[in-house]
Design a protein around this ligand. Structure first.
Ligand code: UDP
Length: 219
């Protein structure tokens, strides 16, 4: 009997972190784990952590009623490219959440998100498409997060913060709380270095590091 096929797109570090979450979700829904595969455009080996690695073409060719993928690649520009490719081919975005991730109240999570273990999203939060929140990250109240934003592990995003699309936030960074009606704003395509303490707005396309976080001047 034909059934849906589920893919973790990206068979590298990020993908191997997301695969167990995807596996757990399918097990809970009573879906056979042989319907869960990796998809990778440069498949180096054919089996990773017990699951087959297919090229995208092979994934499309396999018998299935529907195809779902979670984009398990940290680079947000790649996620955007692959999201468009999947949409074109009718492959559906798959949101994968760790069982112990917590969504408190009035959290709107866009399609294709990944929430790793111990992620907490509190109240009145808006999040765009293909968000990645890695281990132990949190988002406090009244934050607005754009499309294709990526949190490395342990990001502390306090209340009233606006993060625009394609921002990357490194491990352990802390974002200071903004004010109601005047959020702290991190502009699109910015990169926040690991451990940075962001206390004021970050203009678009800027890399900031340190405490207090300052723009990294290229030498
Ligand atoms: N990849 C892909 N299609 C792309 C770009 C990347 O399938 O257009 C795959 C790539 O072959 C690799 C994975 O995605 O297996 C990215 O792995 P990497 O270690 O660079 O990043 P991470 O797993 O940390 O996101």
């Amino acid at each position: 009997m034909m059934s849906s096929l589920y893919g973790v797109y990206g068979a590298s570090g990020c993908g191997r972190g997301i695969l167990p979450l995807a596996r757990k979700e399918l097990q809970q829904r009573g879906i056979s784990l042989d319907r869960l595969v990796f998809v990778d455009d440069r498949p180096e080996i054919r089996l990773v952590n017990g699951h087959q690695v297919l090229s995208y073409t092979e994934f499309l060719q396999k018998d299935a009623t529907e195809r779902h993928v979670v984009l398990a690649i940290a680079d947000s520009a790649v996620r955007e490219k692959l999201a468009a490719r999947c949409a074109f081919d009718g492959v559906k975005p798959w949101t994968v959440r760790a069982e112990n991730s917590v969504l408190m109240d009035d959290v709107i999570l866009g399609e294709g998100a990944v929430l790793s273990p111990f992620v907490v999203l509190t109240s009145n939060i808006r999040i765009g498409r293909y968000f990645h929140a890695n281990l132990f990250s949190y988002i406090e109240h009244d934050c607005v997060i754009g499309d294709f934003v990526t949190f490395a592990p342990g990001v502390k995003c306090n209340g009233n913060v606006l993060i625009e699309e394609h921002v990357y936030i490194g491990a352990g960074a802390v974002i200071k709380q903004g004010r109601p009606g005047k959020p702290l704003r991190i502009g699109r395509n910015s990169v926040i270095g690991m451990g940075a303490v962001v206390v004021r707005d970050v203009p678009p396309g800027t890399t900031v590091v340190g405490n207090p976080a300052k723009a990294l001047l290229r030498g």
